[in-house]
Ligand binder design. Structure first.
Ligand code: S3P
Length: 170
């Protein structure tokens, strides 16, 4: 089984991903961490040095590499499904789960950690709300293509793992 957790920044993909991987007895990988290992720098340094276009290219290459792994759960970056044909590929090669969060939840999670996030680090609270609202509305059409959609606010790891198992059987 190969499971991809997708969703916006701050939706809790990494935390939920670890728990879910544990429940499903899968190895957990965080795509941003794989990118950091490959490039030997943090995502935020990579953005600063090479820009977003180069980041998306590397992200796409590293995503493709994950298609060779078995029994894994991969937590993707917020932008991963929205570039190239990544969401189609994810859906072909694995089971995708969209961890759906709304703007108030995302804002409350992101406010304290702006600095680690290259896309938002220079924005005021007001700018941040506007920017995230626009970005989420542009990205939703990609996220909504996931095989399974689950609400971040009321996330139930047991239920979700059962849902994934029954999807895998279909
Ligand atoms: C990004 C989200 C980040 C990381 C990069 C770009 C995005 O991942 O990949 O900063 O475009 O939304 P998280 O969703 O894990 O924060």
């Amino acid at each position: 089984m190969r499971v991809y957790l997708i969703g916006f920044m701050g939706s809790g993909k990494s935390t939920a991903g670890k728990k879910l991987a544990n429940k499903l007895a899968l190895d957990f990988f965080d795509l941003d961490e794989l990118i950091e290992q490959e490039s030997a720098m943090s995502v935020s340094t990579f953005f600063k040095k090479y820009g977003e276009t180069k980041f998306r290219e590397l992200e796409n290459v590293i995503l493709q590499k994950t298609f060779q792994s078995e029994n894994v759960l991969i937590s993707t970056g917020g932008g991963t499904p929205c570039f190239f044909d990544n969401i189609q590929k994810i859906n072909q090669k694995g089971i995708s789960v969209y961890l759906k969060a709304d703007i108030p939840l995302i804002l409350s999670r992101l406010k304290g950690e702006k600095n680690q996030r290259p896309l938002i680090k220079d924005k005021s609270d007001d700018e941040l709300r506007k920017y995230l609202t626009q970005l989420l509305s542009r990205r939703e059409k990609f996220y909504e293509q996931a095989h399974i959609i689950t609400e971040a606010k009321s996330l139930n790891i047991n239920k979700l793992s059962e849902q994934i198992k029954s999807f895998a059987k279909e």
